[in-house]
Design a protein around this ligand. Sequence first.
Ligand code: PMP
Length: 361
Amino acid sequence: MKGWEKNIRRVVPYVPGDQPAGERLIKLNTNENPYPPAPGVKRALKEMDYDRLRKYPDPASLALTDCLAAYYGVEKDQVFVGVGSDDVLAMAFLTFFNSEKPILFPDISYSFYKVWAELFEIPYEMVALDEGFHILPKDYYRENGGVIFPNPNAPTGLLLGLEQVEDILQHNQDVIVIVDEAYIDFGGRSALSLLDRYENLLVVQTFSKARSMAGMRIGFAVGSPRLIRAINDVKYSYNSYTMNMPSLILGVEAVRDEAYFKETVGKIVKTRERAKERLGQLGFTFPDSMANFIFAKHEKAAAVRLFEALKERQIYVRYFAGPRLENYLRITIGTDEEMEELYRFLEGYLEEDGWKAQKNI
Ligand code: PMP
């Protein structure tokens, strides 16, 4: 080992899903939206004045924060934006989780939480979900340094009702509670309505899923002005210009077109409900997802083998190794056509697999 090597920070990084290249593939592995962003985004992109790239963007990102404040009916000083909700969440961990007591989050959840906790040396405890993968609010009735959970949870897709979210808040008034609502638009009630009553609540959302702009990298947090001031101070201590000029302009366009947003979300929800029927008929079981993905297992087909077979057929889904997850595949909801191809493949595969199992091959 060279002398300087001991000074290198070593971490176990988060592993993002594959972004395979190719035209013909069906990509159901990273919970992207199968529909394009709002038409206004395309228009603004075409009309963008490239000379503006010469200058730094607005460090306060006011065009976007003000537009989000108006859309969600909160004050302008209650919104913070970042480079995807990953950036917002990382900043929030740095800003709000500074206790010596452990922060709490579900053991089966967004795996980045553990990575940030390790990176920032924040003590943490993972709280076990119940047998059916539910978050139980009473498990969070104990001393801690902060709480974070996704709602709906990922990768299970299970939604916690607003009453249960409030139950967690009521029992955690001395710490910051972060609700990661990356998938809330696909069927849940947002905790934004609780902000008036809980100054310690931070709601984080993203443009990557329902707004179909994962490639642009926009996320945001809404909270009390005191929380937003604090997270801005940390941001300015790290990088003043997190949001580039195109993302500020295109983000505003995406928020403006509410009709398009509702239409595409409606289509995805309809396809998801149909997917529950079809996957059920094919022998899959899954928690009742309120997100844009389904976390499914099959009694007879081993998940990892099915994952590989799907990949060979250019259908990408997500597989997570690890206890309680290894029998499942997380399948993002695509277009109806993409999903039909998936069902067709699964029908053939399961028939053949069943035959192989009978013959003991
Ligand atoms: N939270 C959850 C629960 C997620 O699944 C994701 C997507 N991987 C994110 C946050 C981050 O999404 P983004 O950075 O694209 O906003």
